[in-house]
Design a protein around this ligand. Structure first.
Ligand code: URA
Length: 269
């Protein structure tokens, strides 16, 4: 019903009540007063249809790691990117980000598993007992952090209690590991232990099958495959010293390959 019709009906009702003797002066004053002008209706925000709600999805840790790693065009920038990265929960319990030790321009890149207690206290990879054994092994074939090796890990923060890193932790750090390999472009990549071998080479054979063989690592950012060798992890050798004979055979195989690759080596101690 229109406003005019409503008012006509009301007036008719008032006339009827007046005719029947009701005092209607006050009521009629309301109708003779000018009609108040109402403020224009407030435009209410239209609730978005569900399909229009496109909440900006938070980037996954892996996507964040990928873009941080891709933006790093040298090793110092990559180290800074890893230190910025918040996508691996281990960072919350670790003391330091343990990225690398050795020479950024080294012809040999060695990747281990994860920092342990000593590494977490010093912020450098392989500085505990297994690191000391590793240094002695490398020295046997003329390799040292000071001269021709860069050492890093598959993940950069100590897992509490030295537990094995989870798949999620490894995958979150992988873009940085791959970027490091692409930036260093080593003449030889040495992968120490199962975590490094499986993560980097994406192969599932046991380390005892992969060790000591000439393998290739391929990465889309690299035009040529990277020469790669898997070695038994020094922490494993500390637990299973009888396996050192296998490790020795692998060192000799590595030494021969380094010679073929023309890698400058230091004199054995
Ligand atoms: N074991 C590793 O794999 N990396 C380290 O840094 C120390 C021990």
């Amino acid at each position: 019903m229109s406003a005019d019709l409503t008012q006509d009906a009301a007036r008719a009702l008032l006339a009827f009540w007046r005719a029947t003797g009701v005092d209607m002066d006050a009521a009629e004053a309301v109708f003779s007063a000018p009609r108040p002008t109402l403020p224009p209706p407030v435009a209410r925000p239209v609730a978005p249809a569900p399909q229009r709600i496109r909440a900006k999805a938070a980037a996954s840790p892996i996507d964040t790691a990928r873009s941080l790693a891709a933006a790093a065009d040298n090793i110092a920038a990559l180290r800074a990117a890893v230190e910025l990265f918040e996508g691996c929960a281990l960072k919350a319990t670790a003391r330091y980000t343990v990225f690398s030790d050795g020479r950024d321009d080294a012809p040999v890149l060695l990747i281990g598993e994860a920092p342990g207690k000593d590494e977490d206290e010093q912020g450098k990879p392989f500085v505990g007992r297994s690191g000391q054994l590793l240094d002695r092994m490398l020295a046997q074939i003329g390799l040292s952090r000071e001269v021709n090796v860069l050492i890093s890990n598959t993940i950069y923060w100590r897992p509490p209690g030295n537990r094995d890193p989870t798949q999620g932790e490894i995958v979150a750090c992988l873009p940085f590991v791959e970027r490091l390999i692409a930036l260093v472009r080593p003449k030889l990549l040495i992968l120490a232990g199962k975590a490094a071998a499986h993560t980097v080479l994406k192969r599932e054979e046991g380390v005892t099958r992969l060790r000591g063989r000439r393998l290739n690592y391929t990465h889309p950012d690299l035009h040529a495959p990277v020469n790669s060798m898997v070695m038994l992890h020094p922490a494993y050798l500390l637990r299973q010293p009888q396996q050192k004979r296998l490790a020795w055979a692998d060192l000799l195989a590595t030494e021969a390959w380094l010679d073929e690759l023309g890698v400058h080596r230091v004199a054995r101690p």
